[in-house]
Design a protein around this ligand. Structure first.
Ligand code: FES
Length: 192
């Protein structure tokens, strides 16, 4: 051991892990960089956006606000495992080829809070995958696009061909489609 690293022992998604880790490394960085568990993301780094959320000893925590060394002896669970369980179930049920998955957070953030009248509180991390969805396309590189909480509902309606009565808040995130013509007939009326 030296001044800057410590050896920790923990379980991650049920597997025993023993690693030497920098004393100042956050839990989310440890999971992503040392264990290649990239389901938890680094967003605001201030405990606001929720992109780094993991479970430690059954409690939901922000991985950006906890040090990896604080998890010595703990049981850590990440979204990577949950996604694996979901995908295994879809494969077992032969639904993987016809299912689109959207992963998101329930709200965004503004500074260190998410004030109700601040539009940043509706700006969320958003991931979509499945048949017909563009692979490796980073929505954050589109300077004209902001994905908000209400867009998930609009997109789900759009995928399912549901036409809500009247206008709804939110817009379908069409940019994720490989072929935008695919769902042309299923578009819903929105406030886009
Ligand atoms: S990165 Fe941890 S809450 Fe945003």
């Amino acid at each position: 051991m030296n001044d800057r690293t410590l050896e920790i022992s923990l379980t991650v998604n049920g597997a025993r892990v023993q690693e030497r880790v920098e004393a100042r490394k956050t839990l989310v960085d440890f999971l992503r960089e040392d264990l290649a568990l990239t389901g938890s993301h680094v967003g605001c780094e201030h405990g606001v956006c929720g992109a780094c959320t993991v479970r430690v000893n059954g409690e939901i925590v922000r991985g950006c606000l906890m040090l990896a060394v604080q998890c010595d002896g703990a049981a850590v669970e990440t979204i990577d495992r949950s996604i694996g369980v979901l995908l295994d179930t879809l494969l077992e049920q032969k639904l993987a080829g016809s299912t689109v998955i959207i992963m998101s957070a329930d709200h965004g953030g503004a500074g260190r809070s998410h004030g109700p009248n601040d539009p940043r509180s509706r700006h969320i991390p958003w991931i979509c995958t499945g048949p017909g969805i563009r692979k490796g396309y980073d929505l954050t590189r589109d300077p004209t696009l902001t994905v908000n909480t209400e867009d998930t509902f609009a997109t789900a309606c759009w995928f399912l061909g549901i036409r809500p009565p009247g206008k709804i808040d939110g817009k379908p995130i069409e940019q994720v489609l490989d072929d935008r013509e695919l769902l042309r007939d299923a578009k819903v009326t929105t406030t886009k």
